[in-house]
Design a protein around this ligand. Structure first.
Ligand SMILES: NC(=O)c1ccc[n+]([C@@H]2O[C@H](COP(=O)([O-])OP(=O)(O)OC[C@H]3O[C@@H](n4cnc5c(N)ncnc54)[C@H](OP(=O)(O)O)[C@@H]3O)[C@@H](O)[C@H]2O)c1
Length: 344
């Protein structure tokens, strides 16, 4: 099969097309013919060797795919997931190995698509919408009327969070770069913030002097301390990324990554108690194998998709063998919404 392989940690051009042996499913696994791959910011970090638990090169990166089941391994116990069979259109979450024509995944990480969902839409749903839904409603217990600040609101997770927020009647603050402000207004962000021009803490405090209920912060480093200043009593700070470690060049810069780590604030539990604050950590990668937990959340997301309350926004689709260009596109911060790789 054709696959994109990271030969060494580094810039986007370390991704190379290679022919690898077709994978074979073992007990409890399914073999999927991949149609579309969701490109996540985490893939960029995997390629740079900055993602927790990333394998040593050579490896095939990528965390999510949409495709069609080719084969279900003998001895698959149906309690490990849905009743799956050859020909089913599905999405799957995986630790790695998504940038390929074929993939083998444990059945419990596979979800049947609702009828009529396009593969490209499907590949844009799992990681982004699960991360947002899990943070906001499972861990964060947000209620109608609550106020949320979404960093990177024009990106993959950001758009998902904005759409879910509207479906739950939340008030939204969203940050993005200058070229994405019009888009933020178009998708209905109540308070669009160009963080190059305005201090987001000041904007939030202007409209919510006592502070808001949630900030979703995937930037990390110094940004976390500023995000915390936006929160009022009962505020929830969702920590779910360290984009600050990546930089924009796409080159692996360990000093920059270290700086972002050092600038990450420490939260003292007694201070959290006295301020009535909650810090929520979310790592979808670590939850992907917890099938039952996520299955319920995915069902809610598919229901909202069926009701037309959520629709993935696709920034651009690249062919699989142009994965390096897809990564560069995200490093350049050109994506509005989700980047997809298609497999033909
Ligand atoms: N923990 C989890 O389970 C989980 C799951 C999914 C994603 N994430 C994290 O969530 C973040 C968004 O992921 P995504 O895949 O949806 O990517 P994305 O938002 O589509 O792309 C990244 C965007 O983040 C914004 N950004 C702001 N500050 C940045 C910085 N210092 N460095 C790089 N980008 C910066 C940029 O938008 P502007 O130009 O508008 O600033 C950029 O376009 C990433 O940090 C990712 O690692 C975490």
């Amino acid at each position: 099969m054709r696959a994109m392989v990271v030969r060494r940690y580094g810039p986007p051009n370390v991704l190379e097309v290679e022919q690898l042996p077709d994978p074979q499913p073992k007990a409890g696994e399914v073999l999927i013919r991949v149609k579309a791959i969701g490109v996540n910011f985490a893939d960029l970090l995997q390629r740079m060797g900055l993602y927790p638990g990333v394998p040593k090169p050579p490896f095939v990166p990528g965390l999510e795919i949409a495709g069609v089941i080719e084969k279900v391994a003998d001895g698959l116990r149906q309690t490990e997931g849905e009743r799956l069979g050859p020909g089913d259109a599905v999405i799957a979450l995986t630790d790695c190995n998504a940038y390929a024509e074929w993939i083998v995944v444990p059945a419990k990480q596979v979800y049947q698509l609702p009828p009529g969902m396009r593969f490209e839409d499907a590949a844009a749903i799992a990681v982004n919408y699960l991360t947002a839904y899990h943070s906001m409603f499972v861990m964060g217990n947000l209620q109608p009327g609550d106020r949320i600040l979404i960093h990177g609101a024009a990106g993959g997770v950001g758009v998902a969070a904005v759409q879910l927020a509207h479906g739950h009647k939340l008030v939204t603050f969203g940050t993005a770069g200058p070229t994405k402000q019009e888009f933020l207004r178009k998708i209905g962000v109540d308070h669009a913030i160009d963080y190059h021009k305005s201090d987001f803490v000041e904007v939030v405090r202007k409209f919510a002097p006592d502070g808001i209920e949630m900030v979703m912060d995937p930037i990390g480093g110094r940004s976390l301390a500023r995000s915390r200043q936006c929160l009022g009593p009962t505020g929830r700070l969702v920590v779910f990324g360290l984009a600050e470690a990546a930089g924009t060049s796409g080159r692996r810069n360990l000093i920059r990554a270290l700086k972002a780590l050092v600038q990450t604030p420490r939260f003292h539990p007694l201070k959290l108690m006295s301020e009535n604050l909650t810090v929520i950590g979310v790592s979808m990668g670590r939850l992907a194998s917890r099938g039952a937990l996520l299955r319920h959340e995915m069902a809610q997301i598919f229901r909202m998709y069926g009701e037309g309350k959520i629709r993935p926004v696709l920034a651009k689709t690249f062919p699989l063998d142009q994965a390096a260009a897809a990564h560069q596109f995200i490093h350049d911060r050109k994506n509005i919404g989700k980047v997809i790789l298609s497999v033909r």
